[in-house]
Design a protein. Structure first.
Lengths: 269, 282
């Protein structure tokens, strides 16, 4: 209740300010500083990039990156859990100021939100499947049920080009359950997640058998038209690569250093 | 309001007794809740003791996440109570509108009631989620509309329509003699409604109203589909934080079942009690 009250007071003040400065192009950085809070859309079901700890806090690689941004702006950070199907809407609506939510950088998405260059991360598409099926090539999936996440771009190619029947779920927890229950023969998702999974004991009978395709960079995004914030984020990403922050975070959260992160580190050093 | 009591041994005069001759006579008893809890505990401990020792036993994991899940459940309760409150207030007005003497008011109320009563709850929830902006700007003031508020609005729409029907039905169920008698005593329509009809309706409406509340409480998990951080959403996130261990599914979801059961079951019992208390003896 107190939070709500505070929120509404802040919103009222913010609204009044917004009204007085209607003529001047509002800048989100000023808004964030006035508000004292940076609202970041992150995943809450994507270990280790963004997930909940038992206290309910959202932690992981991406929340830590968001923390860096808030620190630079000198404000507090507030994490808003997003899923693939609503993350861009949240940014458009202004519900979040910044979105770091494992989003693959696609030309179509650049028309909707302002994806910041250079890319901060990268991953490719692959499947997680039981070893007993012995999949060798993508074409083996034709006509078979394959689990995916609603709104994820990985589904498209697997479904269209390779003819797999995509069974889409809301979150990863549902998919892992469905995969183990045999509702689908494989889970199409990004390879970094699968690598982490195949290492855990729980998933020892599963493999990532196919060649990784569509190695695509991930983009963090701000709202379209927020050029100043965009530039600032661009600088931040370069700093992250230069200082090896991404590599350090990967190590901290138990991910093997990815070729992309290493290459970017070398490039900006 | 004294109901005649029939003192008789003739079987034909006795009220029908459910379950005596019927094939199906099953009532939920408190021990069924224990049964659910039993599943929860059993699946979390005994069945999995042979699992490798590296992994924490499921029950321990559940215990670790319990405070967060309970917080999420409180959120469900808040959503249900608020949606019920709003739905009841608006629905009662709508129900009275349905019996209004004003033809247009009656028709509009009827239409609104039927429309929302015959729409899937989830669809209404989606409408509320995606049609309402995340903040409202009214005359320079900005009112934030967080997700949970939208969920409350979305769920109060079907509740409103159902309450409207409950009110209309209760009024229609009263013998017309009540109206006629009151009118013959020169009460105005408003007086008849407020002093004679509605007081009699309240007790008729109570059991269906409580039923509706139980249903609403269980429907609050629908909000997980639209991304509100309630108990189901948090369960999903907790499960993915635990590396998608499938041995955790049963304990976690049984725990959620158990939470809803211990909350909704007393309401159901109380409803049965009230139904019996207010039953019209025939």
């Amino acid at each position: 209740m107190k939070k709500l009250l505070k929120g509404s007071i802040a919103a009222v003040v913010f609204g009044a300010l917004a009204m007085t400065s209607m003529a001047v192009q509002a800048d989100v950085i000023d808004d964030i500083k006035k508000r004292g809070v940076l609202k970041v859309g992150v995943k809450a079901d994507y270990k280790p990039y963004g997930f909940r700890d038992p206290s309910g806090k959202i932690v992981g690689i991406e929340p830590e990156l968001a923390q860096d941004v808030a620190k630079k702006l000198g404000v507090k950070v507030e994490f808003i859990p997003v899923v693939s199907s609503n993350r861009m809407q949240f940014l458009q609506q202004g519900k979040v100021d910044l979105m770091i939510a494992t989003m693959t950088d696609k030309p179509a998405r650049r028309k909707v939100v302002s994806i910041v260059d250079p890319n901060y991360y990268s991953s490719g598409t692959n499947i997680l499947a039981p070893k007993k099926f012995g999949f060798k090539k993508w074409e083996d999936l034709r006509g078979k049920p394959v689990c995916g996440i609603q709104g994820a771009f990985y589904n498209k190619k697997t479904g269209k080009e390779f003819g797999a029947k995509i069974v889409a779920f809301k979150g990863t927890a549902e998919v892992y359950a469905a995969l183990k229950a045999g509702n689908c023969v494989a889970f199409v998702y990004d390879d970094s997640s699968h690598v982490a999974k195949t290492k855990s004991k729980e998933w020892a009978d599963y493999e990532m058998p196919l060649p990784t395709i569509d190695d695509a960079p991930w983009g963090l995004a701000v709202k379209l038209g927020e050029t100043k914030f965009h530039e600032m984020m661009s600088g931040m990403i370069k700093d992250w690569h230069k200082s090896g922050r991404i590599l350090a975070l990967e190590t901290k959260w138990g991910v093997e250093n990815t070729p992309f992160a290493k290459a970017m580190n070398a490039k900006y050093k | 309001m004294n109901k005649p009591e029939y003192k008789t041994d003739l079987p034909v005069m006795l009220p029908p007794k459910a379950g005596v001759n019927g094939s199906f006579d099953f009532n939920l008893k408190p021990w069924h809740g224990l049964f659910l809890l039993g599943i929860c505990v059993l699946t979390s401990t005994a069945a999995y003791t042979q699992a490798d020792p590296v992994k924490a036993p499921p029950f321990e994991v559940l215990l670790r996440w319990m405070p967060l899940l309970l917080k999420g459940f409180m959120f469900n309760l808040i959503i249900s109570v608020s949606a019920m409150g709003i739905g009841t207030l608006v629905g009662a007005a709508l129900g009275l509108g349905q019996i209004s003497l004003h033809p247009w008011l009656r028709k509009v109320s009827w239409f609104v009631t039927q429309f929302f009563r015959n729409s899937p709850w989830l669809v209404l929830l989606f409408f509320a989620m995606f049609l309402l902006p995340f903040e409202l700007k009214i005359g320079g003031y900005t009112i934030p509309l967080p997700d949970w508020l939208k969920a409350i609005i979305g769920l109060s729409l079907p509740v409103m329509a159902n309450v409207s029907e409950i009110v209309r039905g209760a009024i229609a169920s009263l013998p017309s003699g009540q109206w006629e008698a009151a009118e013959s005593l020169a009460f105005t329509r408003t007086q008849v409604l407020w002093r004679i009809i509605l007081p009699q309706c309240v007790k008729r409406m109570l059991p269906p109203w409580m039923n509706l509340y139980s249903i609403l409480t269980m429907a609050t998990v629908l909000a997980s589909i639209v991304g509100v951080s309630e108990v189901m959403t948090l369960t999903g996130q907790a499960l993915s934080a635990e590396d998608g261990r499938t041995d955790l599914l049963l304990p976690f979801y049984s725990f959620i079942l158990f939470l809803f059961f211990i909350y909704c079951y007393p309401i159901a019992r109380w409803t049965v009690y009230l139904e019996q208390k207010f039953a019209v003896k025939t």
